[in-house]
Write a protein that binds this ligand. Structure first.
Ligand SMILES: [Zn+2]
Ligand SMILES: [Zn+2]
Length: 279
């Protein structure tokens, strides 16, 4: 017969072992603890995601008309030069060296992160926390973005650099002022803390949100992109954000479409390889 102390010792272990993500988490926890608990790990994850997701579309841009996916290019007449690609990648590297890394160092001294938990999140916790953080960030950026387009001073000093290019391309995703990158980074760190997300959820959100941000800027309206797969036009995607760079008073939200629909700022266009007409 079990006594109370045996039950108390066994319950967390048995519930942890039932978690689908526990083997993944165990591997990270036991084999790579010092790496993944480093304050620089989230930065490395974010920057490498931006880099890896951007490279394939940079290659497509270099190939130009010879690329098999060129028919999906949204603004075929405006293609990025290698110089433009290097300049925007340079902005991202500069911002990380000058703003992000010092901010991480200071945060680590002032407010060091707690030790990693031994138990993985459930799949439900990962999905609900991830979706929640994306929805909160989407709302924050929508209002911040709209205010920065309505106020000429804020626009000029903070957001204008992101609009250097009417036709976005993958590297231009992080062609941002230091203030904008730090604001976005602040919310990206704060929101999962407020939602009590597990570190594995936080890292998943980081990779997923950067993928969606790069997808916004690739300049190709690919048929199997999330914005076409998710029903009812719930996601904005490349077409919506490309339109924001062409008509900056439209499509302020980064991921979803509901805020732009509510505020009457949503502008949609038909797929370019069929028609360039606005709906
Ligand atoms: Zn943009
Ligand atoms: Zn803008």
């Amino acid at each position: 017969m079990w006594n109370i102390s045996e039950v108390a010792l066994q319950l967390p272990t048995s519930s942890a072992s039932n978690r689908l993500l526990q083997p993944v988490w165990d591997h990270l926890y036991h084999q790579h603890y010092s790496r993944v608990s480093s304050p620089f790990f989230p930065v490395l994850l974010a920057f490498s995601s931006y880099f890896i997701f951007s490279v394939p579309f940079a290659l497509l841009d270099v190939l130009g008309e010879k690329a098999p996916l060129f028919k999906y290019k949204i603004q075929k007449e405006r293609r990025p030069t290698v110089g433009m690609m290097l300049r925007t990648l340079g902005t991202a590297v500069y911002n990380h060296l000058v703003f992000v890394l010092p901010a991480v160092l200071i945060t680590n001294v002032v407010m060091p992160a707690p030790p990693l938990p031994a138990v993985a999140p459930t799949v439900w916790e990962l999905l609900s926390g991830g979706l929640g953080a994306l929805l909160v960030f989407d709302a924050q950026y929508f209002f911040w973005h709209m205010v920065h387009h309505k106020n000429p001073h804020l626009y000029r000093w903070v957001h204008a650099i992101h609009h250097d290019y009417i036709s976005p391309f993958s590297w231009s995703t992080q062609h941002l002022s230091g203030v904008e990158l730090m604001t976005v980074g602040f919310w990206s760190n704060l929101d999962p803390i407020l939602l009590k997300c597990h570190p594995l959820t936080v890292w998943t959100i980081t990779v997923f949100s950067i993928w969606m941000s790069v997808e916004d800027h690739i300049g190709y309206d690919l048929p199997y992109s999330p914005s076409h797969l998710v029903p009812f036009g719930l996601l904005g995607g490349a077409m919506a954000h490309d339109m924001h760079h062409q008509k900056p008073s439209s499509n302020f939200a980064p991921f979803f479409s509901h805020w732009d629909r509510l505020f009457g700022t949503a502008v949609t266009v038909k797929r370019t390889h069929k028609s360039d007409e606005e709906q």
